[in-house]
Design a binder for this molecule. Structure first.
Ligand code: IMP
Ligand code: MG
Length: 178
């Protein structure tokens, strides 16, 4: 797999440091709250699994799966819920866990969907953020890394369902997806 990667953007050690720092912040900010982490499948699983270990306030977890119709490397704007929440979120403090925010369309939709169920609060944490590509406005409470506009894989991020298992975030070579 390494030969398909143009450059390692964030190595495992750097990501780990950041995840620890984010876990500490969340633990402070959510003291005394009813925290529910909602991971967006499948890209967030590696980040979510790692982040969980560094949160030391009581919390529960749930997952949602959505698909957005578009080509392989960008979102079209049409979002469909494939797996909804199992948890009743009324009164809970929700933190949506994403791998990467690109156009922001997926999350914008999800925020609306979750807010309708009257949680106490809804915030977003993303491992990676590509603000250059944003098409809709949104407030992101926690960001791991702001990244340039490259197609990235690894640490949960895929291209055609592959590369999720890379322990780092890398830039995929153009010839792989062109
Ligand atoms: P958005 O709705 O355009 O913000 O799309 C966000 C989703 O697109 C992410 O949760 C990823 O699944 C996917 N995505 C966006 N950029 C990348 C990338 O560089 N590599 C892999 N997946 C990406
Ligand atoms: Mg995703």
């Amino acid at each position: 797999m390494r030969e398909d990667i143009k450059e390692v953007l964030l190595d495992e050690e750097k990501i780990n440091e950041k995840v620890k720092e984010l876990g500490r912040k969340i633990s402070e900010d959510y003291k005394g709250k009813d925290l529910l982490l909602v991971g967006i499948l499948k890209g967030s699983v590696v980040f979510m699994g790692n982040l969980l270990k560094y949160i030391d306030v009581p919390c529960s977890i749930d997952f949602m799966s959505v698909s957005s119709y578009g080509n392989n490397t960008s979102t079209s704007g049409v979002v469909k819920v494939r797996k909804d929440l199992d948890t009743d979120v009324k009164g809970k403090d929700i933190l949506i866990v994403e791998d990467i925010i690109d156009s922001g369309i997926t999350l914008k939709y999800l925020m609306g969907h979750i807010k309708e169920r009257r949680p106490n609060s809804v915030e977003i944490i993303t491992m990676l953020n590509k603000p250059e590509r944003r098409k809709v406005d949104m407030n992101v409470k926690y960001t791991g890394f702001t990244v340039p506009d490259y197609f990235l894989v690894g640490y949960g991020l895929d291209y055609a369902e592959k590369y999720r298992n890379l322990p780092y975030v890398g830039i995929l070579k153009d010839e792989i997806y062109q």
